[in-house]
Design a protein around this ligand. Structure first.
Ligand code: FES
Length: 200
């Protein structure tokens, strides 16, 4: 019996295969190809079970990593060889375990482990969700929402106020406050854009 170990709660059946450099070097590309072939062999379509390559799933040392999402939650696997693709497709699509033996048990990684459970990702909140090679997938996950808001809902002054309040600073060494810089530029009358080049 396949069990779930987290409650990310996607209503869509999908397999997310890490395609970041660490897992690529551990064999995620042949694994992804095997998964797609196994899905086809099982008579399933993309609509039945989505398979996609995503960014880092966080436990890079156990790659290639895979996350299977379903209505009951997410189940994570590490170091999965391509010859397990059929079992993965069966498990991810809610099928029964062959011969009552869960051949994926050895690859299962608990999301309750402190490595995952004690992390509270902020900047990396969406890591492992988006296909980095698909702009449509990125937009579907909210990428550019804030740019859209800045362009459609906020005035230039609102944007500068928020940047100033955020405390954002430049990273060129001086740590100059970005909001102050933008306010200074805004004080000057609009004119032709100027660009400064530094010759080394
Ligand atoms: S590179 Fe795959 S989990 Fe980080």
């Amino acid at each position: 019996m396949v069990t779930t170990s987290s409650s990310s709660g996607s209503s869509r059946l999908q397999v997310r295969c890490c395609g970041a450099s660490g897992c690529r070097s551990a064999g995620s590309e042949p694994l992804l190809a095997s998964l797609q072939a196994a899905r086809q062999a099982a008579g399933l379509s993309e609509a039945d079970l989505a398979i996609k390559s995503v960014g880092c799933l966080r436990l890079c040392g156990r790659g290639p990593l895979l996350a299977c999402d379903g209505p009951a939650g997410t189940r994570l696997y590490g170091a999965v060889p391509p010859d397990q693709a059929g079992s993965l497709i069966r498990a991810a699509s809610g099928g029964a375990v062959a011969d009552g033996h869960d051949s994926l048990a050895d690859y299962h990684l608990s999301l309750e482990h402190p490595f995952f459970a004690l992390q509270f990702p902020v900047v990396l909140e969406g890591c492992g969700q988006v296909d980095p090679e698909s702009i449509d997938d990125a937009v579907a996950h909210g990428t550019y929402n804030q740019l859209k808001r800045c362009l459609q809902e906020l005035s230039p002054k609102d944007v500068r106020d928020q940047v100033r309040r955020s405390g954002l600073r430049g990273r060129g060494g001086g740590g100059y406050p970005t909001g102050l810089k933008w306010d200074t530029v805004a004080l000057h009358a609009p004119g032709p854009p100027l660009c400064g080049l530094q010759r080394r």
